[in-house]
Design a protein around this ligand. Structure first.
Ligand code: MD3
Ligand code: FE
Length: 221
């Protein structure tokens, strides 16, 4: 009786199928979906950061973010005291961002399709690197042109507690643990929800050590 044993072992999060957790009307976590891609992702990050190194962007308030960031793809997200925007040029290298590897696109499109977004065509991949203590305060992702496109996020390395809020910053946020290899897909009604990441604990990962790398695939332009 699989339905009964599933109910007995899962209290709060309804399991839709093996490794799929629905956390909102249009938001799914695909547990371990990226595991077959880990080696390729890490190899690509090593190449990307030679051209476009991780850097701590400065927020509108003038503070350096604790998360370090780089991008690949036609567009990359940048921030300075003048504001947040997507740009085809990396302001640090003064050159285009490194191209998005085919394997990134394959992973992002596969995950989006598995969540029902068959037409996803990402043109930007933000790569966030967290060290112990790094956090991301509650925010909305609103710099993209088309809010109908979903966002696909891939987590590698140390675990994190993702905060999944509501339409207003003051809405209570659910806590969602994200582990190495997990992929999350958000679109539709969940696309503009406030979200963030709790300060990372130092729980070193066997391959990546004391870091977490998060990729977010977007249609920005
Ligand atoms: C839910 N990154 O880069 S990814 C970001 O783990 C960002 O590094 C986090 O938030 C990280 O902007 C979370 C998951 C995510 C991304 C975008 C969302 C969840 C989202 C947009 C709307 C709702
Ligand atoms: Fe975000």
């Amino acid at each position: 009786m699989p339905a009964v044993s599933a109910m007995a072992t899962q209290d709060l999060i309804p399991i839709e199928a093996h490794g799929r957790e629905r956390i909102g009307p249009c938001a799914l976590v695909l547990r371990g979906f990226a595991l077959p891609y880990v080696a390729a992702l890490l190899r690509a990050v090593a190449d990307i950061e030679v051209c476009s190194p991780f850097r701590h962007m400065v927020t509108l308030g003038g503070f350096a973010m604790s998360v370090a960031l780089t991008n690949c793809g036609a567009l990359g997200w940048t921030s300075d005291r003048r504001g947040y925007r997507y740009s085809a040029i990396d302001p640090l290298s003064a050159r285009p961002w490194p191209p998005m590897p085919d394997v990134f696109r394959e992973l992002a499109r596969g995950a989006a399709a598995s969540a029902g977004f068959e037409a996803f065509q990402p043109d930007a991949c933000l790569i966030n690197r967290y060290l112990p203590g790094s956090r991301l305060s509650l925010h909305q992702d609103r710099n993209e042109r088309d809010f109908d496109a979903p966002i696909v996020s891939v987590s590698l390395g140390m675990p994190a507690t993702f905060l999944f809020g509501g339409a207003a910053r003051s809405d209570r946020a659910a806590k969602v643990p994200l582990h190495h290899g997990d992929v999350a897909v958000w679109g539709g009604a969940d696309r503009l929800r406030y979200h963030g990441v709790m300060p990372l604990k130092d729980e070193p990962h066997p391959w990546l050590g004391s870091q977490r790398i998060n990729f977010t695939f977007r249609k920005a332009g």
